[in-house]
Write a protein that binds this ligand. Structure first.
Ligand SMILES: [Zn+2]
Length: 400
């Protein structure tokens, strides 16, 4: 695997505020760079591209970021699948959001641009809700895949948005779940601001995961290589204010898991909503608690899995999503685990990047008879216990 690891060039300054007052939070070696890609053979899985995560906390703006992230290992151009539009709960949220933006900002018969539009599901919702015209930019966009997103007013551009496209009309610019993938978000936003220099009335709507949710929920298995930037409410406001925008609204969304922000291009001297100075101290404590919990959890699971291996206890993981992949790759010595269970039949027979466990269906456990089942998502604990009981699988079932 060493050939996949490039020499590290750590950022010494915060990509949001430029401060060099950085503090290391958590370091994870050799994580798969795409945690949602499963592989067809164990050899390919173990050779999957990897990179290190060295999460740093900026004491001046509260931003958390992977300071050794290497954008060169990421390739969003070919069929990169990042759609969240498979979950009914997420879809309901997106529909309500599209309607709210149209109503509140009176986006009707107008021009909407979406940066990183994926297959265009959300853009199609906004266009339908307000009879708008939409242009979606996405390097990974494949024509013919718009499917449900087909709408007469929609155009797609298979490219990154840049100054080249500054002449495209835009009353609203939407960008959701993109900024956390960008190593230098301020540079990105300054570029966007330039394209809007002649259009001071263009509203921008951004949405990112809420770092406070991950930190306070101690979501240590939620860390993935793809996310190099973890925004706190303060660091998100700061990066917009410093890039020439005036923040007019910022909220939590999706049960606190996301942060949303609305801003307008700032005229000279305008600052808009600025970070809450009291937030920074609280975030610093959250970061410390997270780092401590991370170390304790990893030691606990490494020792538990070592004991299981020594005792010949058969252990399986339940849930081959990003949490399961992260868990197996963080605890590293996961040779005590040969299989990972998932309900999704498309994943069966494939292998986990990095560690190489095979994905199996729940039925497989009837013959395999595991002693221990480690459940990645606590929400499904009771459901899984019932399912195993009904199948006659007597295993100790616990959440990670
Ligand atoms: Zn900073």
């Amino acid at each position: 695997m060493s050939e996949h690891l490039q020499a590290e060039v750590p950022l010494t300054e915060c990509p949001v505020c430029g401060s060099s007052a950085l503090k290391t939070c958590v370091r994870i070696e050799a994580m798969p760079t795409y945690c949602n890609v499963l592989w067809s053979s164990i050899e390919e899985a173990r050779e999957a591209p990897r990179g290190n995560i060295d999460l740093a906390f900026c004491r001046d703006c509260g931003h958390v970021f992977n300071r050794v992230f290497d954008p060169g290992v990421m390739d969003y151009s070919e069929g990169y699948e990042n759609s969240l539009h498979f979950s009914p709960k997420f879809n309901a949220y997106a529909t309500a959001l599209a309607n709210r933006l149209v109503e509140r900002c009176d986006i009707r018969g107008k021009d909407v641009i979406e940066l990183g539009c994926g297959k265009g599901d959300f853009l199609a919702m906004i266009c339908a809700a307000g009879d708008n015209r939409g242009t979606g930019f996405d390097k990974s966009f494949e024509s013919g895949r718009e499917g449900a997103a087909a709408h007469p007013g929609l155009t797609f551009v298979q490219d990154y948005y840049s100054e080249v496209y500054a002449d495209r009309p835009a009353d609203l610019v939407v960008c959701r779940h993109v900024l956390e993938h960008i190593q230098h978000p301020r540079t990105f936003l300054e570029g966007l601001r330039k394209t809007l220099s002649e259009r001071p009335d263009t509203l921008v709507y951004f949405e990112v995961p809420n770092a406070l949710f991950t930190l306070r929920d101690l979501g240590i298995w939620d860390l993935i290589y793809e996310h190099c930037s973890y925004f706190t409410p303060g660091s998100l406001r700061r990066v917009f204010a410093d890039s020439g925008f005036r923040v007019v609204e910022q909220n939590d969304a999706f049960d606190g898991q996301f942060l949303s922000l609305e801003a307008l291009p700032a005229l000279s001297g305008e600052r808009g909503l600025l970070p809450d100075p009291d937030e920074l101290g609280a975030v610093a404590l959250d970061v410390d608690a997270f780092a401590e919990s991370y170390r304790a959890k990893v030691v606990e699971w490494q020792s538990r899995l070592r004991q299981a291996k020594d005792a010949g206890t058969k252990t399986v993981v339940w849930g081959a999503g990003s949490k399961g992949v992260t868990f197996l790759n963080i605890v590293k010595d996961s040779s005590a685990i040969d299989y990972i269970v998932d309900l999704n039949p498309h994943k069966h027979g494939k292998f986990v990047p990095g560690t190489g466990q095979k994905v199996v269906s729940p039925d497989f456990l009837v013959g395999y008879r595991p002693d221990q089942v480690v459940v990645m998502n606590e929400v499904y604990l009771d459901e899984i216990k019932n399912l195993l009981r009904e199948s006659g699988v007597a295993a100790d079932v616990r959440a990670v």
